[in-house]
Ligand binder design. Sequence first.
Ligand SMILES: [Zn+2]
Length: 134
Amino acid sequence: MVSRKTAIPRGTKIRQISLSRKVAPCPRCQHLAKRHSLGHRRLREVGINGPTILEVTYSKHYCIHCRRHFSLPMDHLAMPSGRFTNRVRRTAIDLVVKQAMTLEKATHKMRQKYHVHVPPTTLHDWVVAEMDQF
Ligand SMILES: [Zn+2]
């Protein structure tokens, strides 16, 4: 089921992406595990002409050796529990770190230019996490 918690603004572009595979290597033992179902996830994406959402369909797998469920990784698209794409995160962090904007100004810029609302508190967490890597 796609989460209905997020209200989608009028005129939002929805781009569908499928990351489904019949088999995928188990992250723990590398055994090729069969798909048992599909999951869906909505991510807010950088929008050029208006709000854009990525609707990602991904496969869920079960490893018979580890007796463990896992989802097909999508680290290249988004953080595991995030609501935004990495592109949104990267763009917003750069406004603060490289262009020295305040959190509030960066939030405003993200909404004005890329049609995505990143709360300043969320952006703060991203910047702090980014700084911790150095
Ligand atoms: Zn396994």
